[in-house]
Design a protein around this ligand. Structure first.
Ligand SMILES: Cc1cc2nc3c(=O)[nH]c(=O)nc-3n(C[C@H](O)[C@H](O)[C@H](O)COP(=O)(O)OP(=O)(O)OC[C@H]3O[C@@H](n4cnc5c(N)ncnc54)[C@H](O)[C@@H]3O)c2cc1C
Length: 400
């Protein structure tokens, strides 16, 4: 019997498994795919992600970015950048394999190509059933993403509500490195790279164009209940990017994937079981950032699992909910408020872009959201104060 079985080998699962193994537990990680596997993602990591890791990610960073360009529905551009680098761009197939290797290095046993299909909770253990095998453990972590099975099996969730999950369509389109440098750098005289975010292409969401070394990730995503005709809107968006950047792109093959975004009122714990990362809906609804929350929640669950093992009290996993509340859920609540303000209507986004164009302090607050440089509770408070004191008439026009 293992101390801990982790289902899912994304950033949440590998971070949880590594931290638990380093804490002395006997850990098995079950992953349905064989790595390297692709995962639809823009692959933008804020600097706080590296602050969570006890190793360097330089070997898998494709590029650094130092800010972004945010476009309104009429195409006006708001430049958001600081002199320091804001974050890293990675390919998920490479990044996730790297994290899985780090879990193996810490002593985690990994069963790849092994899909969990059932969970049995008994008084003395938990058993995970896969196609062809079964694994027994003291504790279980569900890190199996937005389409995962563990949360359903243990009764934490039946399905996502359509207003708590977004549908995204995107493609990684190969382009020469020089072309990417030309069309994604901030100016001809400076080679620092920016990410593009476009409002107005969908309701309750946005479009993006994000570079890797030799690929552009071009996508759109919006709340599921606003996602009618998303494929055609994505094609129209790719055309818009081609025209704006003077590119001719091969007809790209797209992938669709869902991303959950709370609101942070979900259940996260069941008997002997904790749910982490996307499987728990821990993604920022304002920016779509999920990797930070996946790693952080995985590490929190690992720390609770180590305490439970030491105390020989499996029900100690119940404290995982309160550790999330003290840390990530406060932040995600603020993100939820900011998302309502920014994504509620296209007019709201246009108005906020206009305010930030006129007001350098508001621009700094938007950079904080994009770069994850300050806790979102603080950013929310500062934005509210600034709107009330410096932009009261525009604030009244925002729809909530
Ligand atoms: C289009 C798009 C763009 C995004 N861009 C960004 C971005 O730029 N930056 C950012 O921070 N976040 C981004 N996100 C969010 C980010 O991808 C997720 O938040 C993050 O991957 C969550 O990690 P996770 O480990 O919880 O889940 P996942 O990465 O989804 O990993 C879950 C793992 O579990 C495995 N699994 C699933 N079911 C089973 C099963 N039954 N048995 C065994 N294994 C199973 C899967 O194969 C997978 O490997 C984006 C998401 C989307 C959809």
């Amino acid at each position: 019997m293992h101390d801990l079985v982790v289902v899912g080998g994304g950033p949440a699962g590998t971070s949880c498994a590594r931290a638990a193994a380093l804490g002395g537990l006997d850990v098995l990680l079950i992953e349905k795919d064989v790595f390297p596997r692709d995962k639809l993602c823009a692959g933008a990591l804020t600097q706080r992600v590296t602050g969570l890791l006890d190793f360097d990610i330089d070997p898998v960073v494709e590029r650094l970015f130092s800010g972004g360009r945010v476009y309104s529905s009429s195409g006006d551009c708001l430049e958001l950048r600081r002199n320091k680098y804001s974050g890293y761009l990675v390919k998920r197939a490479v990044f996730d394999s790297f994290l899985l290797d780090k879990a193996k290095d810490a002593g985690v046993e990994v069963a790849e190509g092994s899909k969990a299909v059932g969970v049995e909770q008994t008084r003395s253990a938990v058993r995970v059933l896969t196609l062809g095998d079964s694994y027994k453990a003291q504790l279980l972590v569900g890190a199996d993403g937005v389409n995962g099975t563990v949360a359903k099996q243990v009764g934490v969730r039946t399905r996502w509500k359509s207003d708590a999950v977004a549908l995204c369509i995107a493609a990684d389109i190969p382009i020469e490195e020089d072309e990417i440098n030309r069309c994604m750098s901030f100016s001809d005289s400076d080679d620092s790279i920016g990410l593009d975010i476009h409002f107005g292409v969908v309701e309750r969401g946005y479009g993006w164009c994000i570079p890797k070394k030799e690929e552009l990730n071009i996508g759109i995503g919006c709340r599921m209940d606003k996602a009618a005709n998303l494929r055609n809107r994505w094609r129209a968006f790719v055309k818009r990017v081609e025209e704006q950047k003077g590119l001719r792109l091969e007809s790209p093959r797209y992938t669709a994937f869902r991303v959950p975004f709370g609101p942070p009122k979900n259940a996260y714990v069941a008997r002997r079981t904790m749910i982490v990362g996307d499987a728990a809906g821990l993604v920022s609804p304002v920016s779509g950032e999920g990797i930070f929350y996946a790693i952080k929640s995985g590490q929190l669950a690992a720390s609770v699992a180590c305490e439970a093992a030491e105390m020989k009290k499996p029900y100690h996993v119940m404290t995982y909910g309160s550790s999330l509340t003290k840390t990530l859920l406060k932040e995600l609540s603020a993100a939820d408020f900011l998302a309502e303000m920014l994504h509620k209507s296209i007019r709201n986004a246009d108005l906020l872009i206009q305010i930030a164009q006129e007001d350098p302090i508001m621009r700094e607050y938007f950079i904080d959201i994009m770069a994850g440089t300050r806790p979102l509770e603080q950013v929310k408070r500062d934005i509210m104060k600034r709107m009330a004191t410096n932009h009261p008439l525009k604030a009244l026009k925002l729809r909530f």
